[in-house]
Design a protein around this ligand. Structure first.
Ligand code: PMP
Length: 359
């Protein structure tokens, strides 16, 4: 029996993808082997990698002057690799601080460059996105870094900042592929795969071509975007099986009608939960309405002594991983692309029932 899995990541994957991977496990398309066992330089795997990239380009309408890299290390490694790859002859970068993941990016970047925190939402406990009118950008910054969806705080950008000639770098780990994105507005888009793309172990970097070639001399070769771009992400062995699963997820997304259709479904799912949260005093969500995440919805019970009973009841009804991040407590429902609306419906029904019996 499959549960409704509200984990923030690694997270739920489409059942259709898992079944297909199971079917192809022992013998991929008559090759007589599993994708896991293939040489990354053989024609079978090259065909998988090429189709995976082509489908992602279709889904996101990635312009030709952007390179798509499938790397290792996760978004956390990219926090260090971004300054390494983008500083060139500059010494500093701008960061906007909207919560836990922004903070981690800032902390890591400080090892490599001067960080200017151009704006921070700390004054209101990271419950909103500071409007660009209050940002203090440095015209000499190598780039401007934002986290477009804070997985822990549940804060999402629903607009794209205008940073002029300074490249905009976005950590999209937890909402990539959940909505239509105008890639041309960004210099770099990056993220770990384990939410909306596939299994952990694949890191996606989409980089505008003219930004390649600015890496510091200390940059490890395996993480030098230019070297990886020149080698089609095969300077070293790429995370082959993860790329294959990502490819199956991309095919599934195309069958679902692409990102515009996915976005509508995600709006409907998020509204279902937020509408209920807004009309009860039993639960609450602290985030400014205009900046609420469609993917990660933190909520609290007014009486926190009921938290354990709430989680226990959810588990008994086939809903797991609703406990909030250890740093903030409370609850969090992560409702990525692969979470069906039925999962959110069951959650809201259960929340109402729990309120009736404990309110
Ligand atoms: N950024 C965001 C927004 C995330 O949600 C996460 C992981 N939850 C990370 C960065 C770190 O990613 P990884 O664990 O893949 O290094």
């Amino acid at each position: 029996m499959r549960v409704f899995n509200f984990s923030a990541g690694p997270a739920v994957l489409p059942e259709q993808v898992l079944r297909r991977a199971a079917d192809e496990m022992l013998d991929w398309h008559g090759s007589g082997m599993s994708v896991m066992e293939m040489s990354h330089r053989g024609k079978e795997f090259i065909s998988i990698a090429q189709k995976t990239e082509a489908d992602l380009r279709t889904l996101m309408a990635i312009p030709d002057n952007y390179r798509v890299l499938f790397l290792q290390g996760g978004a956390m490694a990219e926090n260090a690799l971004i300054p390494m790859n983008l500083l060139g002859d500059k010494t500093g970068a701008d960061y906007v601080n909207t919560g836990e993941w922004s903070k981690k990016s800032i902390k890591e970047a400080k090892k490599y460059c001067k960080v200017n925190v151009a704006a921070s939402a700390e004054d209101r406990d990271f419950t909103y996105v500071p409007p660009q009118s209050v940002w203090k950008l440095d015209p000499n910054a190598a780039y401007v870094h934002i986290c477009t969806n804070e997985t822990i705080g549940g804060v999402e950008y629903h607009w794209v900042p205008d940073t002029g000639a300074v490249p905009l770098v976005a950590d999209m780990s937890s909402h990539i592929l959940s909505r239509v994105v105008d890639v041309s507005k960004y210099g770099v888009i990056y993220g770990g795969a384990q939410k909306n793309i596939g299994p952990a172990g694949v890191t996606l970097v989409i980089v505008r071509e003219d930004l390649l070639g600015r890496a510091l001399a200390i940059t490890p070769s395996a993480f030098d975007w230019k070297l990886q771009a020149e080698n089609d992400s095969m300077l070293n062995t790429p995370p082959t099986y993860g790329i294959y699963i990502a490819g199956l997820v991309f095919e599934w997304l195309l069958e679902q009608g692409g990102l515009a259709s996915m976005e509508q479904k995600n709006i409907a799912k998020a509204n279902l939960l937020y509408d209920y949260l807004d009309q009860t005093a039993f639960y609450s969500n602290p985030v400014a309405k205009a900046d609420r995440s469609r993917m990660n919805i933190p909520f609290r019970l007014a009486d926190t002594s009921l938290d354990d009973a709430f989680l226990q009841g959810a588990q008994e009804r086939g809903m797991v991983q609703l406990k909030g991040h250890r740093s903030v407590g409370g609850m969090r429902a992560s409702i990525y692309n692969a979470m069906p609306i039925e999962g959110v419906q069951r959650l809201v029904e259960y929340m109402k029932e729990f309120e009736r019996s404990h309110g």
